[in-house]
Design a protein around this ligand. Structure first.
Ligand code: IPM
Ligand code: MN
Length: 344
């Protein structure tokens, strides 16, 4: 019999509520011979206020001993902006070398899209997860004077670009349309842009069946709205990927449905799965949050751990649930409905 050792980080705000439903569905979908061992970690605003810590090394070491991490949401208005984002969420992504930040953009049947017509949207954004402007490489000069300067330098390594680009080609190769779009801004960010473009072309020679395309990020935002069907797999840097995947969520039913995986394909460290949305303190504790994004993140987690059939059952349950949505349900009611469907 197999065991999944799952680290659970509910975090702040609605994180607690949506993670509870994700675990409910996970428990319902797993076959009887798979044992689920969960360890809950108290990280986020409460711990920060209590101890001043965001992510102590000892906790990082405990997390490392798990097969995967399920994370709810991080961030609270009582903590200065950036403290938990950098000290906890980004620290996890960097420490566990989650260089593949996988974010599907899929419009399920029956879900209203703000876009005109009846768009068919089914793409996946492969966002680089450990480099770019997220590395914290920068500083300030002459603070408080009228000549104050702030820099935020984007780090791009050939190693980091090549591994995410190759991963994206593999994913494109495995999909029916076999199309990969590089999104950057190589007409302005020429140093990083040319490195990305060159590596994209080089690695592409290994994948002759994959059709390639390049878009500047500003043009890509237009096509996300006017022609989302043109996208299959997209590969892009950390910041462009952050922005594009919020737009992707907006055109596919909202952030209540947007799932993500922070993946380290080598398995050297646990990968981490989380809804794209934040902690939504305005609706926290009221049972209003949609747990679907977390449930879909659990499906990605199962797929990553080698349970594709169970992942597919969750996706089918969500698809069925979405076609029948009427009225308002609580967070737990949505979780119950999905748990019932996957166990049927
Ligand atoms: C996301 C979030 C994070 C990011 C923040 C909270 C650090 O916006 O997961 O998309 O920018 O990656
Ligand atoms: Mn974001």
């Amino acid at each position: 019999s197999r065991t999944i050792r799952l680290a659970v980080v509910p975090g702040d705000g609605i994180g607690q509520e949506v993670v509870a439903e994700g675990l409910k569905v996970l428990g319902a979908v797993l076959p009887a011979d798979v044992k689920l061992e969960t360890t809950e970690f108290d990280l986020g605003a409460r711990r920060y206020h209590r101890t001043g810590e965001t992510l102590p090394d000892s906790v990082l070491a405990e997390l490392k001993a798990h097969d995967a991490i399920l994370l709810g949401a991080i961030g609270d208005p009582s903590v200065p902006s950036g403290v938990l984002e950098r000290g906890l969420l980004l620290k996890l992504r960097f420490a566990f070398d989650h260089h593949i930040n996988l974010r599907p953009g899929r419009l399920f049947p029956g879900v209203p899209s703000p876009l005109a017509g009846d768009p068919q949207i089914d793409f996946v954004v492969v966002r680089e997860g450990t480099e770019g402007p997220y590395v914290g490489n920068g500083g300030t000069l002459r603070t408080g004077t009228e000549h104050e300067v702030a820099t935020e330098v984007s780090l791009n390594t050939a190693y980091g670009i090549e591994r995410v680009v190759r991963d994206a080609y593999r994913r494109a190769q495995a999909r029916p349309r076999k199309k990969l779009t590089l999104v950057h801004k190589n007409n302005v960010l020429v140093h990083a842009g040319h490195l990305w473009t060159r590596i994209f072309e080089q690695v592409g020679r290994e994948f002759p069946e994959v059709t390639t395309d390049y878009l500047h990020v500003d043009a890509a935002t237009i096509f996300f709205v006017t022609q989302p069907e043109r996208f299959d797999v997209i590969v892009t840097d950390n910041l462009f990927g952050d922005i594009l995947t919020d737009l992707a969520a907006a055109v596919t039913g909202g952030i209540g449905l947007a799932a993500s995986g922070n993946i380290n394909p080598s398995g050297a460290f646990p990968s981490m799965f989380e809804p794209v949305h934040g902690s939504a303190p305005d609706i926290a504790g009221q049972g209003k949050a949609d747990p679907t994004a977390t449930v879909l993140s659990v499906a990605m987690l199962l797929d990553h751990l080698g349970y594709p059939a169970e992942a597919a059952r969750i996706e089918a349950a969500v698809a069925a649930d979405l076609t029948e949505r009427t009225g308002t349900r609580t967070t737990a009611q949505v979780g119950d409905a999905l748990a019932t469907r996957v166990s049927a």
